[in-house]
Design a protein around this ligand. Structure first.
Ligand SMILES: Nc1ncnc2c1ncn2[C@@H]1O[C@H](COP(=O)(O)OP(=O)(O)OP(=O)(O)O)[C@@H](O)[C@H]1O
Length: 334
């Protein structure tokens, strides 16, 4: 199948005037600017098949938003090639926008002073959405995103969760096959996040929409994406499944035991205790050297236990280790 998005050797460099700090710095910056090169995106390569949903991850400043801005045609790259839905985004932006949807969680794309419904109608005119299709989508999205209560409210008066739902609807009314979601759950409470996740999942499954999702909330990714791309310092470090990632970097298991006697001094030879909270003791098992079944048998034979659980470390812990301990290297440097 032909990829819907192809990114080749993508590069984006910004030149920043280092002197632009303080009154003296501002004055000096005009007469003797001190330009510094910031490489936001470097040699990034990937492709998406139609119908994929992919998480685009990375720590702060990794280059995620810069990539998304290039892919949506808002920024011109310094090098490399992109073909998205048959277009070069920054060269054919006017025609291209009708084929994509984009949500930037940090800012709205709706008209601030207009009621939500007026923004939707303006979009209908801009994208020439046939009346019947517009009505059908609007009805369906209004119901799924529970927007009835605020559809006549000006955007500036919406809560963050309401604004995000309106933005999602706006991005999808014209049924784009390729959608970019940059932090669509940022700042939302757990209920609002879950509602948005369910909506994204439904659109993806029912319409086969290809989605790139940028987020710092790993539960978004765990629930929605089987494939992730990890970026750090502008370079792509990983392209693959979430399960392979956690297996590769965290073969560890956590064994949590609740002791019948909270005062019991418990030890297991060669196994580290990572926490103790009253009667609950958590051991860290190494995936290569420890046999969980044998250790559980030893434990049960030695100590009265009321509860026992073996689990994987959370994805968040794994990803934090990858960033902090620099466990991944860009392709070609490993
Ligand atoms: N317009 C700009 N001018 C100069 N530098 C920029 C500009 N936009 C981004 N950068 C720099 O490029 C790098 C990547 O920024 P980017 O916003 O793409 O990261 P990000 O992964 O989206 O981060 P976050 O998760 O914090 O939003 C950073 O060092 C940032 O300071």
């Amino acid at each position: 199948m032909k990829p819907i998005l192809r990114v080749r050797d993508l590069e984006k460099v910004f030149w920043v005037n280092k002197r632009r700090q303080g009154i003296l710095g501002s004055a000096l910056s005009l007469v003797a600017p001190q330009m510094e090169k910031v490489t936001a995106v470097s040699q990034v390569n990937f492709s998406l098949e139609p119908g994929e949903m992919v998480g685009y991850l990375g720590p702060n400043g990794a280059g995620k938003s810069t990539t998304i801005k290039i892919l949506t045609g808002l920024l011109v790259p310094s090098g490399g090639e992109v073909e998205a839905s048959g277009f070069v985004p920054w060269k054919q932006r006017q025609a291209y926008v009708a084929h994509i949807g984009a949500v930037f969680g940090q800012r709205t794309t709706l008209w601030w002073d207009l009621p939500v419904i007026d923004s939707f109608e303006l979009l209908q005119a801009m994208y020439s959405i046939p009346a019947e299709r517009f009505r059908r989508n609007l009805r369906e999205f209004t119901e799924m995103l529970e927007m009835e209560r605020f559809i006549n409210t000006p955007v500036r008066s919406l809560s963050l969760g309401q604004r995000m739902r309106a933005d999602l609807c706006a991005a999808l009314l014209h049924e784009p096959p390729l959608v970019f979601l940059d932090e669509p759950t940022i700042g939302l409470d757990v209920v609002a996040k879950e509602r948005i996740r369910q909506f994204i999942q439904k659109i993806h499954q029912e319409r086969g929409t290809t989605i790139i999702l940028t987020t710092h909330d790993l539960s978004d990714v765990e629930k929605l994406c089987s494939r992730v791309l990890i970026l750090d310092q502008g370079q792509l470090l990983y392209d693959g499944s979430l399960s392979a990632l956690s297996q590769r970097f965290d073969g560890r298991r956590l064994l949590a035991v609740t002791l019948a006697n909270p005062a019991e001094q418990i030890t297991l030879e060669g196994v580290e205790i990572v926490s103790r909270d009253g009667p609950r003791v958590t051991f860290s098992l190494d995936g290569h050297t420890h046999d969980p079944a044998a250790l559980i048998q030893t434990l049960l034979a030695r100590y009265p236990v009321t509860d026992l659980e073996v689990r994987r470390p959370e994805l968040e812990v794994t990803i934090r280790r990858i960033y902090e301990e620099k466990l991944l290297q860009p392709a070609g440097q490993a």
